[in-house]
Write a protein that binds this ligand. Structure first.
Ligand SMILES: [Fe+2]
Ligand SMILES: [Fe+2]
Length: 277
């Protein structure tokens, strides 16, 4: 970790306590209390990695349960709106992935242990970014090859930190390490192919991509859920992500998709065939 410059500006931003007046506004918003609690847990994680300090695992577990309960009660879309309105940058992204994961879990009736593992993994997944310079993380537009090489270190940096500072289930650690792998082997850090990418990891990957698309940034506006689903459909057709996970996530956000990838491909090719005919 020491070979990377720790980003003091982003950590300072995370370490700055939210002023009481703003806290009160967030707490009063739909799902605001769990968003505040999860935000505090993520801030603690990022500061922990930067300072090589232990992790408060209980706080992560507790926050995951609160997010699951709020998303179940008010719906994922409203929870995501609250986060988009009140949080920024990497911080917003981690919270959005947790909210998307909680929506996936609650709307698909995952068993409580798997649901908790998925939301835990979502909160933890990008902690390695605490070591990546903020100007690279927030750069609008295309990254240079060397900037991308730096970004690609974050899954392993996060995994190494979590493995040595907390007792976490292997499936959660695996999801953190491999959330940027692709089924066709084109992902990173290990270039794993489909047979070696675990189910929980595949779900986290689609939640991560979906959240990145519905994120609100200074240089881009948030896409609606239907567009975020179409980006995932495109990735599934190119053998990057698991279609079953995409279909279940889409249905959690009320975007129905065909039951199999073959049916999807056939439905997309129909208008082309009709035109050709
Ligand atoms: Fe990531
Ligand atoms: Fe991410």
């Amino acid at each position: 970790m020491s070979e990377l410059r720790r980003d003091l500006s982003s950590l300072a931003e995370l370490a700055t306590p939210i002023p009481p007046a703003k806290r009160a506004v967030i707490a009063a918003a739909p799902g605001g209390k769990s968003a505040l609690s999860a935000g505090k847990a993520i801030a603690g994680l990022f500061q922990g990695l930067a300072g090589d300090r232990p992790i408060d695992s209980d706080m992560i577990t507790h926050s995951s349960q609160e997010v699951l309960a709020d998303v179940s009660a008010i719906g994922g879309e409203r929870w995501l709106d609250t986060v988009r309105e009140h949080h920024e940058g990497t911080f917003q992204h981690c919270l959005l992935v947790a909210g998307v994961a909680a929506t996936y879990a609650t709307r698909n009736g995952l068993n409580p242990y798997i649901a908790a593992s998925l939301v835990n993994a979502a909160l933890l997944h990008d902690v390695g970014k605490a070591s990546i310079p903020q100007q690279i993380l927030d750069k609008p537009g295309k990254l240079t090859e060397s900037e991308f090489a730096v970004i690609k270190r974050h899954p392993r940096l996060g995994y190494d930190y979590l493995k040595s500072h907390a007792e976490l289930p292997e499936a959660v650690l695996d999801a953190v390490l491999h959330h940027h792998e692709a089924l066709d082997g084109s992902g990173y850090p290990d270039g794993l192919t489909a047979d070696r990418i675990a189910p929980l990891t595949r779900i986290l990957t689609v939640c991560d991509v979906f959240a990145a698309n519905v994120e609100q940034r200074s240089y881009k506006s948030a896409q609606p859920a239907s567009s975020a689903v179409m980006a995932l459909v495109d990735m599934a057709l190119r053998s990057r992500v698991d279609y079953e996970a995409v279909r279940r996530l889409a249905s959690a956000f009320d975007v129905p998709l065909p039951g199999t990838l073959e049916e999807l491909a056939a439905s997309l090719s129909q208008p082309i065939r009709a035109r050709a005919g």
